[in-house]
Design a protein around this ligand. Structure first.
Ligand SMILES: [Zn+2]
Length: 244
């Protein structure tokens, strides 16, 4: 059973002899190296085809599309003197090429896995940041009172039945206690110790801040001192706690 081992090529000036019995032609392109029942021989393509026909399924994988592989001078010496050794070298080379290919595939696979891991870690951080975000500015109601002294601190007192009171500073001086949320009958809800109803403002003008705060605090379930946003966020947080 014959086996095609390789197709090689040498310089035209360094032709080798076809070993097909009765031929002996010098050949240099598409030299076929054949294992003919254990005897390795070198043949021109014409003699090969005459004897074996075209046999692309016998092509060794390293000879590519069947074009002759150019040999170095050393390899040509081997072709003439020790063809079997040349084939061993080719096999080893093919094995090394396969190993390099596998290694490079493995490197690519690792690099992709590493990039994927980095991407996932970053996504996880983004998810955590998003989850930890404070409520967006839109979720905080806008303070409806234009007359409040800018940047002044306020105090919120949360009364039962979700009625709240906010102590604010008026821009023209003096303290005001406003209902939050605004409610009907606010002007009759608090005693004179807190202050006097100012219907135009919609809240109580405070006469004496000490007793006013003591009274609001005495009835409060909780209180929050800060700027408008602090108070609104505290309300949102308490509201969430009640719902859940
Ligand atoms: Zn020949």
């Amino acid at each position: 059973m014959a086996k095609l081992l390789a197709i090689v090529e040498v310089d035209e000036a360094q032709k080798v002899q076809c070993q097909e019995p009765g031929c002996g032609h010098g050949v240099y392109k598409r030299i076929h190296v054949v294992d003919d029942g254990g005897k390795i021989m070198v043949m021109g393509s014409t003699c090969f085809e005459k004897r074996f026909g075209t046999a692309p399924n016998l092509q060794p994988e390293y000879s590519g599309n069947g074009a002759g592989r150019p040999l170095t001078d050393e390899q040509r010496q081997l072709l003439l003197q020790n063809t079997a050794q040349l084939i061993v070298l080719f096999d080893e080379e093919a094995k090394a090429n396969r190993a390099r290919l596998l290694e490079s595939l493995e490197r690519n696979r690792k690099a992709i896995a590493e990039r994927q891991a980095v991407f996932e870690a970053r996504s996880a951080v983004l998810r955590q940041l998003r989850a930890a975000e404070v409520p967006s500015p839109r979720s905080v109601p806008i303070m409806p009172w234009k007359w409040v002294k800018p940047m002044s601190s306020m105090a919120y007192f949360h009364w039962p039945d979700a009625q709240g009171w906010i102590r604010v500073m008026h821009a023209t001086g003096g303290q005001v206690v406003m209902p939050w949320p605004a409610s009907d009958g606010w002007d009759e809800a608090l005693p004179p110790v807190v202050g006097s109803p100012d219907l135009e403002l919609g809240g109580y003008r405070v006469n004496d801040i000490g007793p006013c705060i003591s009274y609001l605090r005495k009835h409060a379930q909780w209180e929050r001192i800060g700027i408008w946003r602090d108070i609104m966020e505290a309300l949102a947080k308490h509201g969430k706690r009640l719902i859940t």
